[in-house]
Design a protein around this ligand. Structure first.
Ligand code: BGC
Length: 248
């Protein structure tokens, strides 16, 4: 079965049809830049452009970089326009896509579900935490393969700061930090998450998962196994489609 997946991020809106049996895109994905400010209207237009690029007329699963409750209502908007808060994103996207059936799920939860089924978390029991390092830090917590949604561990306090402000990959870029300096912050962050949840496995996702060789060796003294995500930048798209299919 195929469902269209869209991953809405702080910098880009990416989408493609997904083959749910393989956990892979069936065509090269299409990406448009996330508008700034990332208002509901602007983002919905970007989503429409991506979906129309493929002439898609079936169900669409979308991710959102904030807390999503009650099916498709947005509750937080750390890195997008605050007017998203309390918005029924499902209704907005369905209207903009001419009535196509849509679902909405947190972006890190979507990436986590995809990694657990098709990537680095396959068959892993116990507590597994996927963390995505990008514009913010997203988290997906699994206990024996079951997702505990909307954990928002990127907003834990780290040295008196919102952790994602110090340890996201945007923080690395903005501060022009070396890999070693940034990894030191990530290490402190992981130690804090480990103190709270004692996971067996950390999966490191987001764009940095492709550059694991540049920083993972700087991370020491963490008891859990640490591995890079395998689906890399497509995990959100695949997970969004899985959520729409009810496969998570
Ligand atoms: C948001 C999360 C999101 C993460 C990654 C955070 O700022 O609060 O919901 O998963 O960024 O996009």
């Amino acid at each position: 079965m195929q469902i269209f997946g869209v991953d809405i991020g702080g910098s880009g809106i990416k989408g493609a049809p997904v083959d749910l049996d393989k956990g892979d895109l069936t065509q090269e994905r299409c990406k448009v830049l996330t508008p700034h400010p990332a208002t509901p209207d602007g983002v919905a237009d970007g989503v429409k452009e991506v979906v129309e690029h493929f002439g898609w007329t079936g169900p669409v699963g979308l991710t959102f970089p904030g807390v999503v409750t009650g099916g498709a209502t947005i509750r937080t908007a750390a890195n997008v326009d605050k007017s998203w808060i309390d918005k029924d994103a499902g209704a907005l996207f369905a209207e903009r896509l001419g009535g196509l059936p849509v679902t909405v799920v947190n972006d890190a939860d979507a990436a986590g579900v995809a990694e657990m089924h098709f990537g680095a978390g396959q068959g892993r029991k116990g507590t597994v935490i996927l963390l995505t390092f990008g514009t913010g830090i997203g988290s997906a917590l699994f206990v024996n393969g079951i997702l505990v949604p909307n954990t928002e561990l990127g907003h834990l306090e780290l040295n008196g700061h919102d952790a994602e402000k110090k340890a996201s990959s945007k923080a690395k870029e903005d501060g022009e930090l070396t890999w070693e300096h940034w990894a030191h912050r990530v290490q402190k962050y992981l130690a804090h998450v480990e103190m709270l949840f004692s996971p067996e496995l950390f999966i490191i996702g987001g764009g940095v998962s492709r550059k694991a060789d540049k920083f993972l060796h700087f991370i020491e003294d963490i008891k859990a196994e640490i591995v890079p995500a395998q689906l890399q930048n497509n995990a959100g798209i695949v997970g969004a489609a899985m959520h729409a299919a009810g496969d998570d």
